[in-house]
Write a protein that binds this ligand. Structure first.
Ligand code: FRU
Length: 480
């Protein structure tokens, strides 16, 4: 049963949805096949789980305006990761232990009970932050009952301690939490439990000035730890890294360490940090293992404090979305991300060309255009530089001399051109998903990914291809 206070907040959120439904739906920039908030602000995906054949995606949600604040958990379900149903609101910030936000967390199956772990964010009367790791349960996967606090703040950390991700390994449950140490280093902290109520603190397994990593940001958010390809992968979002060459240009970062976790000693031996995405909007990814054995990642297509209030959709009372679900593979110590194959269900009206050849010119191809489409370029052979211009707002450029791939866009904050880049030895293929105001580019079968929002004019649906030198490729396009 939900408390009266929680029920009231939920009713207020439904009223807000109703009040702004028309305004939100009239926005051309609403996406067609990505998850978005019904109104207000969406941020992190939470509680990803494939449970009794149904995929559940919860998300951080502020229904009352397009900024951050006391978050709810919104809820979507799907049988195929493509078609989603909006479910009842799962959690609202109603209790003493979560009154300023039911912050990010995860979901597990505990003997047939769908169990959520989340951070109760609390501000005391002086504005000081408190943090509690909390639990909620549901037998039907839809109606959740809060069970209160299961973990309080251990010594050695500030109240920036949040985002529990829980999993089972043999007979024990483990929880990893994003943290800031008293020395102001970002950390990932591990706990262990037999019964999900009593948690033993095992210590920080990774962080700034630990494991031979130097300074690495003042806070780590949204950790996720899982096995992939026989190794352990730790995803984290470090805050406070300085830009370095082509790396770390967003306001906050998101990436991973590959290594080996000793569950007995709680030691994680890991390699270097790698960014998960090279684009502009990507943060707070979370993964789940599905019933087919796939490790699937979904992230927030946004970054905290990165011109969030400048998104044009704010005028229509909503902001942000989630990325497409991506299947992860580990190859030679690197994560590859591929859009899940179920997305092929959306394909309509295929148009294909093979052996397209461009020499020192710019061309358009009949039928290769649109605003809600999938594009797949393969067998790319390039002598020189190439460029693909999308809807006059985004350009994808590969310079084969410097071996650099660039995504350029017109900033929605100030109209200036801005770019993100990565080093790429060869360009073989580009798999792109466009959805009115988003682009996701999977490079060379997921070796690199660029995710971004962009806000082109509705009537401009052109795509052009240019080469300085010679470019040959095959292309397929589908409307979605
Ligand atoms: C990441 C984050 C989390 C927090 C949540 C609050 O974007 O700051 O650390 O739990 O968002 O909405």
């Amino acid at each position: 049963m939900k408390s009266e206070k929680e029920q009231q907040l939920i009713e207020q959120a439904y009223a807000e949805m109703k009040k702004y439904r028309d305004m939100v739906e009239k926005d051309y920039y609403r996406l067609h096949y990505h998850l978005m908030p019904p109104v207000g602000l969406m941020n992190d995906p939470n509680g990803l789980i494939h449970w009794n054949g149904v995929y559940h995606v919860f998300y951080q949600w502020m229904p009352f305006h397009t900024g951050h604040g006391a978050k709810f958990w919104g809820h979507y379900t799907s049988c195929d990761l493509v078609h989603w149903k909006q479910e009842k609101i799962a959690l609202a910030p109603s209790e003493w232990f979560d009154k300023n936000g039911c912050y990010s967390g995860s979901a597990i199956d505990n003997d047939g009970v769908l169990t959520l772990f989340y951070t109760g964010n609390v501000k005391d009367e002086y504005g000081n932050r408190q943090t509690y790791q909390c639990m909620a349960m549901s037998k039907n996967g839809i109606d959740f009952e809060k069970k209160g606090v299961v973990v309080t703040l251990p010594d050695g950390y500030t109240a920036h301690f949040r985002d529990p991700k829980v999993w089972k390994k043999e007979k024990n449950w483990y929880m990893i939490v994003g943290a800031q140490s008293n020395s102001l280093d970002g950390r990932a902290v591990l706990f262990r439990s037999k019964n999900l109520f009593d948690w033993e603190y095992l210590g920080a397994i990774a962080g700034g000035n630990l494991n031979r990593l130097g300074d690495f940001g003042y806070m780590w958010e949204c950790p996720d730890l899982f096995e992939l390809g026989g190794q352990e992968v730790l995803l984290v979002c470090p805050q406070g890294l300085k830009a370095e060459g082509m790396k770390y240009h967003n306001v906050h970062q998101s990436g991973y360490f590959v290594g080996c976790l000793d569950y007995e000693t709680a030691q994680f031996f890991h390699g270097a940090f790698t960014e998960l995405d090279r684009g502009f909007e990507f943060y707070a990814p979370q993964t789940m293992l599905d019933e087919k054995g796939r490790r699937i990642l979904i992230a927030w297509m946004g970054v905290p404090d990165q011109d969030e209030d400048k998104h044009p959709t704010v005028a229509h009372r909503w902001v942000h979305a989630l990325t497409l679900p991506r299947e992860l593979k580990l190859k030679d110590g690197k994560i590859y991300q591929k859009p899940v194959e179920e997305l092929q269900m959306l394909r309509k009206d295929k148009i294909a060309y093979s052996g397209v050849t461009i020499a020192n010119e710019e061309i358009m191809l009949e039928g290769i255009n649109g605003d809600v489409i999938e594009l797949y370029l393969e067998n790319i052979h390039l002598l020189g530089d190439m460029e693909i211009a999308i809807r006059s707002e985004v350009r994808l450029i590969y310079n084969s001399g410097e071996r650099v791939l660039t995504l350029e866009r017109k900033s929605f904050a100030n109209g200036l051109t801005e770019k993100r880049q990565c080093y790429l030895e060869y360009l073989h293929s580009l798999h792109m998903f466009l959805d009115t105001s988003s682009i996701e580019v999977f490079v060379n079968g997921g070796e690199e990914v660029f995710t971004a929002r962009f806000f082109p004019h509705k009537n401009n649906q052109t795509i052009s291809f240019a080469a300085n030198g010679q470019l040959v490729f095959d292309i397929e396009k589908w409307s979605l």
